[in-house]
Design a protein around this ligand. Structure first.
Ligand SMILES: [Zn+2]
Length: 130
């Protein structure tokens, strides 16, 4: 017997994942209500009532950002050092700010994309049926 997997539900809002993530659109209705702060989700959608707390994006976005931003910033710091040999204080001033800006910007984007994908693919924690 071959198990069939139903295709993912089409996006309710009709928008792509990238656009929804960039602009913070609710994956259910498409209104701009996903975030309640810089990187904090709102408890629920103000328009359709979709409960955002029922989704669990976990540490996935943060783990990817540690690797991606850490690698990029390290590469840029080494490149700057080899090209211009600036004083140490410039490195100490520049790279924490660049890292903070990149993490905050990309964390918001990654969290929104992951929540949107969870909604569209109806992803939930695995459960053992009775
Ligand atoms: Zn909504």
């Amino acid at each position: 017997m071959k198990a069939t997997i139903p295709p993912p539900a089409p996006p309710a809002s009709g928008r792509g994942v990238a656009e929804a993530a960039l602009k913070g659109f609710c994956p259910g209705c498409g209104t701009k209500s996903l975030f309640d702060g810089i990187v904090r989700f709102a408890p629920r959608c103000r328009a359709c009532g979709l409960d955002y707390s029922s989704f669990n994006v976990g540490d996935g976005p943060a783990a990817f950002l540690i690797l991606i931003v850490g690698g990029l910033v390290t590469g840029l710091a080494i490149t700057l050092e080899l090209a211009a040999a600036p004083p140490l204080w410039l490195h100490l001033l520049l790279w924490p700010l660049v890292t903070l800006a990149a993490v905050l910007g990309l964390l918001r984007l990654a969290k929104a994309a992951l929540l949107t994908l969870e909604y569209r693919h109806k992803a939930r924690e695995g459960r053992i049926s009775d």
